[in-house]
Design a protein around this ligand. Sequence first.
Ligand SMILES: [Zn+2]
Length: 79
Amino acid sequence: MTVLEDVANHVKRIAPRAICDDCLATAVEITPRQHANRKTNILKDEPGFDRRVDVCSTCGGTKKVIRYASGTTRRAAPG
Ligand SMILES: [Zn+2]
C-alpha cells in the first residue's frame, strides 16, 4: 500500500471528522512531516475529499484540514 492510500484510508476512517496535516502525519507516520501536505494536496482533487481551513478534530487547532464526505455528493452514481 502506498503512503497516499494510507492517508486516504485514514481520512475515510475518521470521516466525517476533519484532520490537519500535522495530525495526519502522526497518525499515518509520515516522515518528514511536510510530506503530509503533499498528500492532502493530491487528495483534495479526489472525489469526496474536501480541504479547507477548519478546526482539526484531533488537535483542535484551526488550520488546513482535510475530510472525506461520503455520501454527500449530489452526483448520481453511474449504472
Ligand atoms: Zn490536528
